[in-house]
Every structure is written in structure tokens, then in C-alpha cells.
Design a protein around this ligand. Sequence first.
Ligand SMILES: Cc1ncc(COP(=O)(O)O)c(C=O)c1O
Length: 390
Amino acid sequence: MRFTSKLPDVGTTIFTVMSRRALEENALNIGQGFPDYAIDPRLAASLSEAVAQGRNQYAPMEGTIELREQISTKLFVCYERRFDPTAEITVTCGATEALYDAVQAVVGPGDEAIIFDPAYDAYEPAVRLAGARCVRVALSPPALRFDWDEVRRALSPRTRLILINSPQNPCCSVATREDLDALAACVRDRPVTIIADEVYEHVLFDDRRHASVLAHPELRERSYAVFSFGKTLHATGWRVGYCVAPAEMTRELRKVHQFNTFSIAAPLQYAIAGYLSKYPDAWHGLAAFFEAKRDLLAGLLKGSGLEPLPAAGTYFQLIDYGALSKESDVKFAERLIREAKIATIPLSPFYANPPPMTLLRLCIAKQDSTLRAAAERLLTFASAAARLAG
Ligand SMILES: Cc1ncc(COP(=O)(O)O)c(C=O)c1O
């Protein structure tokens, strides 16, 4: 039998490729977005407790009520609105599953979804597997900002979905309240649903405040808002996320969720619920925590030829190597792995139509000692490259 691929152009993700290359070359991996430090020991203890208490069987499809209530409380603290834990909140296998389920619930054959370019790589395959088509709207360097005129031009009678991500991976930019107003104006009177990927909701720098669709009265009526405890609790391997949406939209999302993952690991849900009930402000220091890491890494690299770009949020930092080389980002990243023993993530794989650019993405969710060691290797490489170029 000849097997026909539904995603013939999709290969292994750039994160997996670079992490594998890092292992092969014994390189320091500051590419893929995961912390290299321990989770809060109180969260680990809460998991042991949940297992010991026998929380080891199927959790309810929509998530344990204990966790959904904690999420509802947290949302009220953040966005000053009460979301109904029974009808508007669903626990998913990371944000990735929530995104996939929401896309399947919204689009089908013949539909169009507007996605920004560059974007997190999980969006486009989900749209295509639903039989729909992505229309990309560029966020071009150096500004990397939303261009709402372009969004208006990209809208068509077939548009059913706009997928927005703020704070944005990989651009490290954040949407403002004005951006959300512009988005609302674009979709007013159109049958367009919003999926808002807000996994970095707590990682905004320099006193910026997160503009969530959940705090926007017009947008929250047509939005799936997607969050991740992986990011908020430094536990990416736990794979616990959630989706918040109006009841009718949540019902549709759950139809997909129940036949996709059915329900999420029970002990993990009880562990997070127990932890948040005892330490409700556990996530409060996240912005300051990551801002210090951004400042540390950016301060070390500034002036080296691997120039840090301004980063408004997320746990990433872009660097521009244009002063040292005009090689493609994929080639330059490969050279860094081989010659500097540092794994980074090139930016072009996040684009459907990459413009000419010389940008790499680094992850700042690392111990300070890791960031210092990474900077030292990068600086040694940069000064050698500058000597050669000079
Ligand atoms: C923008 C964005 N959305 C979604 C995800 C996936 O989150 P999760 O690990 O909870 O599935 C990530 C992970 O890096 C991300 O950066």
C-alpha cells in the first residue's frame, strides 16, 4: 500500500532537532523552552501526597473540580471576572492539546484561519489536519509588531479563526489593550472565533501588564483562551494546561477533548489544585524572576556582535548575529553547536515565509549559572568570529 501523508512537508520540529544535536555535540542547550532548575519542592510534595492518597484513576473528562475551582479563583485574581468552573474551564494535556482541540472545534474544510508569521509551530498543522487553510500575516523584523491593516486585508468570507499569541513566542513582543481593541474591531460582525495563546501570561517585563482576551468584554465572548501550568509552575513535563471559553464554545471543545486525550493525569491535577489552595500566590513573582534572567543574559551579550533585541515578555531572548555573519540562521545555529558547543533555535522555522534575517532564539528559563556559562561560550565565539571578519 502507498501511504499518503496528510502533512507531507512537516518534519521533526526544530526544537527536537536542535535538542538532539545538542546531545550529539555535547553542547549546552539554551534553545528549547524548558527550565533546567527544580520545581517548587512543595509542588513535588503535593504530587507525592496525591499518589499516596490514591488519586490514581481516571480524572473527570473536563478536569477535576478541585483544579477547575482553583483555576477560576486564579482567573478572578488576574482578570477580575468569575469564570464558571463547571461550564467554562477545561483541563487539557498542556496548552498544546487545548490549542489542537479548539482549532478542531472551530474550522473545517474550506475555512481559513489567520495566523501570524512567525508563530509557534503547533498552530498550522492543527489547522491543516482540520482540513482548513492558514493565511499568514507577517510580523516582520525589526518591529515584529501586529499590523492590523494587514489583518483586515487578510480577512475573507471564509475566515473562521484568528489565532493570536501574547506574549509572543518567538518574537518576545506583547499585545497591548489597543491591539486587542483593533482585533475586536477587525472581527466585529464577522463569524470569526479567536484562539488566544496566553501561556506566558505572567512573563511580561518592565511593568507591562498582560492584555488578556478574558479581560476584554467583547473578545472574551468569542475566544478560547489557552494557558499552561507547564510555564506557570516551571513544570513543562507535567503537561497540564487549560482552556477558558464561553459555555457553548466549551461544550464544542470538550467534544474534541473527550475523544482526544479524554482526561488528564489525575495525580497531577490533584497536586496542582492542592498546591494552589495552600499557596495561591505561588506564581506572583514570575515576571521579576524572568526579568532578572533577561537582564543578566542581555547584559552579558550586549556589544558582543550577538546583539540582544528588546524583549517585552516570554521566557526567550532573540539575538541578532548580523554583525558577525550573513549566513542563514539554520547554518549559523549549526555552527554555534559545533564550534561554540551552544544549542540555540534559529528563527526561520517559525515562519511560513521567512524574510531575510539573522536572528536566533535563546531560552532564559535557565539557572543563572547556565546563562553565564552560555554567555561565556557565545562571547568567546563572537570575539573569534569578529577577529576573522575584521
Ligand atoms: C507560545 C506557546 N504556546 C504553547 C506552548 C505549549 O505549551 P504546553 O507545553 O503547555 O503544551 C508553548 C510551549 O513552548 C508556547 O511557547
